[in-house]
Ligand binder design. Structure first.
Ligand code: PLP
Length: 707
């Protein structure tokens, strides 16, 4: 999910131009009147169309692949496959009827590379190209560009510049083989990757401030393309005219111009242009057939502008219904209240916290309770992307959810899981915390092979084996279905650093070592040990000899409470902001009450803003009556009257600019002003962990894009 307000309207509108070019490519609109102009349009300019569609795919998909991994490509692939299959079902029978039956071998080649009907090669191209590029991306952008360029050059020498390679005997043989295998060199292996990469790279660059210079650059590149196209034609080099040396340059500047245009997105144009793209060959066949039937071939087909208009008109008509089939809304409309995540802050915190750890200790990202309210999936994906290989959750269901979204590595379930959960644990390779000998035996009895970590209670007295009972601690080792891969405890008093707390921590560490030692004495190996969570790490520094630290709250750039002492003051960045819309602004005269029970009384001419967020969204009711507040236009406004389930009132008398539709920030950055969640926790007399984990499930969680 991205909530980035990238202006994509330019890209959407150009789809119309692109499909007109594709249709031109297949009909030759100026064929009968001006052959050179026709060449210019169909064999040079129209070649921008397919690379444009490819670059757009790269533009939207690759930055997400980089951030969240290749799993995000799945829905796109599914959609492409469905469209391709649908188109194949439409065109294969048609091909047979027209008497162009491919041999089985040709059919395989067509499906894999060429597209089952001439322009459908786009689908295998985008499919293959994305597979290639998504993997090349791992080696860095530069190597991806370099390798894709090499592929493009190979394609080029079998296309517009075939004349060059045909002249060299060894290259000739190579291309003979290539054509036999792939049909043409413009297929997914050679043409698509460079344009996909180009789109992906462009998406990560800032949008230019001024349009004019980019337009000039585009014009220059287009001139180059035309010149190159004419040269290729005059030298008679081309086998096909799909690929030109200057085409990537043109595409780069074209995309840059389009994304600079401040136009709103047009999702309907996307569906329409896709329908047009798939259906127009049907119209080509239709128009030709009709013309023949009516004896009008010499007019309808041979007069090329007329032919082009007939094809475009009928294709547009056929695609018209798709204009109203708007694509599934993927961006959540932020009309009420929402949570805004900053992925850059999360990766910053990860880097900072990891830098505290010695090489033997790994950071285990604690993602319980939907990643402390932030949204577990995107957070897990980002952590995985940044190299984190161990995760912790509270329940088996939370772990399952992560696995279903492609999270690999260790997933430790910190809470108790009853034996009935064993199938789930085993199926999704979750590592279960075992809390007592009875728990171990009960899981053993289920017969499912399970990896487990032993939890030792060293003083918190919440969950775990007693540190004193060595024999009990050894039970899991005697269970053939259980594989003990960890031994851990959770400290009870790391939040403060007074003498008493430090003594308590020291005692708990001693108890843990006693427990570990008793395993050794009984002849068992001591598995991976871990003890500390955020505060332990921040206050005491990492403990030696530990396999993990389980970092939760610090990962999100938050302290549990602003009162906690932190020895290591790290510049952690808060990841989450909570915002809601002002829905109404009302003026009250002095003496006028407001809210249920009239708990607010205007003492001066007052402006009240109604905001669409309430305690069902996680704003504690205890923030009522002026205890809490929010930022509007960078200024603090107190909550007045009582917080309702879905709404609350802010006194905005001192922020006169407030109007309906404005955003109120309950925590996070508003312009240059910042309201911390620690402040909100203090006002509500709780800790940030509670506030975060109680944020309402109905709040959309959006992830800002990096730029
Ligand atoms: C929640 C939890 C953590 C993470 O704690 P933070 O203070 O958020 O870092 C670590 N270990 C256990 C057992 C937990 O339940």
């Amino acid at each position: 999910m991205t909530g980035s307000p990238r202006p994509t309207g330019g890209l959407d509108w150009f789809r119309l131009a692109a499909i007109l070019l594709v249709a031109a490519n297949h009909t030759g609109p100026l064929r009968s009147i001006a052959p050179t102009a026709n060449y210019l349009v169909t064999d040079i300019l129209a070649r921008l169309a397919v690379p444009f569609f490819l670059a757009v795919s790269g533009y939207f998909l690759l930055p997400r692949v980089k951030k969240e991994g290749t799993a995000i490509l799945r829905p796109f692939f599914r959609r492409c496959l469905l469209l391709y299959a649908g188109a194949a079902l439409l065109y294969l029978p048609l091909k047979l009827a027209l008497g162009i039956a491919p041999s089985p071998l040709e059919l395989v080649r067509d499906v894999l590379f060429e597209g089952v009907y001439y322009h459908l090669w786009y689908f295998p191209a985008v499919f293959l190209g994305l597979c290639i590029v998504a993997h090349l991306y791992r080696w860095g952008t530069i190597s991806a560009i370099a390798l894709c360029s090499v592929l493009y050059l190979i394609g080029l020498l079998g296309d517009s510049y075939y004349g060059l390679s045909a002249a060299l005997p060894f290259l000739d043989g190579f291309y003979y083989l290539l054509f036999a295998l792939f049909g043409q060199s413009r297929n997914g292996l050679f043409l698509a990757p460079i344009f996909l990469v180009l789109g992906g790279v462009l998406a990560e660059r800032p949008i230019p401030h001024k349009l004019q210079p980019v337009v000039w650059r585009l014009c220059a590149a287009l001139l180059m393309l035309v010149a190159e196209g004419m040269l290729v034609r005059n030298l008679g080099l081309a086998r096909y005219t799909t690929m030109y040396l200057s085409l990537p340059l043109c595409l780069w500047f074209l995309m840059d111009v389009l994304r600079t245009l401040p136009l709103p997105p047009q999702p309907r144009l996307r569906t329409f242009s896709t329908a047009f793209y798939i259906l127009h060959p049907l119209c080509i066949i239709g128009v030709r057939g009709m013309a023949r039937l009516m004896g009008l071939t010499s007019i309808l087909v041979d007069i090329s502008p007329l032919y082009y208009c007939a094809v475009v008109g009928s294709s547009a008509l056929l695609s018209f219904p798709f204009l109203f089939l708007s694509p599934r809304q993927r961006q959540v409309p932020l009309t009420r209240a929402w949570l805004e995540n900053d992925p850059a802050a999360l990766s910053h915190n990860l880097t900072l916290l990891s830098s505290l750890l010695p090489s033997e200790t790994k950071l285990m990202a604690v993602l319980k309770a939907n990643a402390y309210g932030h949204g577990a999936i995107w957070a897990a994906r980002l952590c995985q992307k940044e190299g984190v290989q161990s995760f912790a959750v509270a329940t088996a269901e939370e772990g399952t959810e992560l696995r279903r979204h492609g999270i690999r590595g260790l997933i430790l379930v910190l809470g108790y899981t009853a034996p009935a959960g064993a199938p789930l644990l085993s199926r999704y390779h979750l590592t279960q915390t075992i809390i007592s000998p009875e728990h171990a035996l009960a899981l053993e009895q289920t017969g499912y092979p399970l990896a487990v970590h032993i939890k030792v209670d060293t003083g918190l007295h919440r969950l775990g084996f007693s540190w004193r009972d060595g024999a009990a601690l050894a039970t899991p080792f005697c269970c053939p279905h259980l594989r003990v891969t960890g031994l851990f405890t959770h400290l009870s008093d790391t939040e403060t650093i007074d003498r008493l707390s430090q003594e308590r921590t020291r005692e708990e560490l001693r108890r843990f070592e006693v427990a570990a030692h008793s395993l050794e004495v009984l002849g068992h190996y001591v598995p991976a040990k871990h003890i500390q969570s955020s505060y332990g790490l921040l206050n005491d520094g990492p403990l030696p000899g530990m396999a993990y630290v389980r970092v939760g709250i610090a990962l999100y750039g938050v302290l549990s409470s602003s009162e906690n002492h932190i020895l290591r003051v790290l510049a952690l960045h808060p990841v989450l902001s909570l915002r809601a819309k002002v829905t109404q602004v009302q003026e009250l005269v002095p003496g006028e009450p407001a809210g249920y029970g009239g708990t607010f009384l205007a003492r001066r001419p007052t402006r009240l803003a109604t905001v669409a967020i309430g305690y069902a969204d996680g704003i504690p009711r205890s923030l009522s009556l002026g205890r809490g507040g929010a930022l509007l236009h960078g200024q603090y406004a107190p909550i007045v009257a009582t917080v309702c389930m879905d709404q609350l009132l802010l006194d905005v008398t001192d922020v006169p600019a407030v109007t309906p539709g404005d955003n109120a920030t309950f925590f996070g950055l508003d312009g240059t002003e910042f309201l911390s969640i620690e402040t909100m926790a203090e006002q509500a007399d709780t800790i940030t962990n509670e506030l975060l984990s109680r944020l309402g499930p109905r709040l959309p969680r959006v992830v800002k894009s990096y730029d």
